[in-house]
Design a protein around this ligand. Sequence first.
Ligand SMILES: [Zn+2]
Length: 90
Amino acid sequence: MSANDTWEKALACSTACTRCGRDFGPKEERILSVFDDGVICTACKRQEEQRPDHAEASRQMVARCIGETGRPWGDPAGFCFHHFVPFRCR
Ligand SMILES: [Zn+2]
């Protein structure tokens, strides 16, 4: 299965941030890391964005993601999109 088929089940409803280990609230927004595709909290995302290699990691993630899913990164249903736009568990 492609990342698009599995990301929601595998990632969207993760119960804790993979970076800091903090538990998510049921309605709390989370977002995917451009470095390792981990589900992280928005506070960890802000730290990630401060890294000097964040822009380069973002470019690489987009190229890889489009290659893997065959969808444009801006597809709101897609895996790629949520590296940049927070989401909630549905
Ligand atoms: Zn976190």
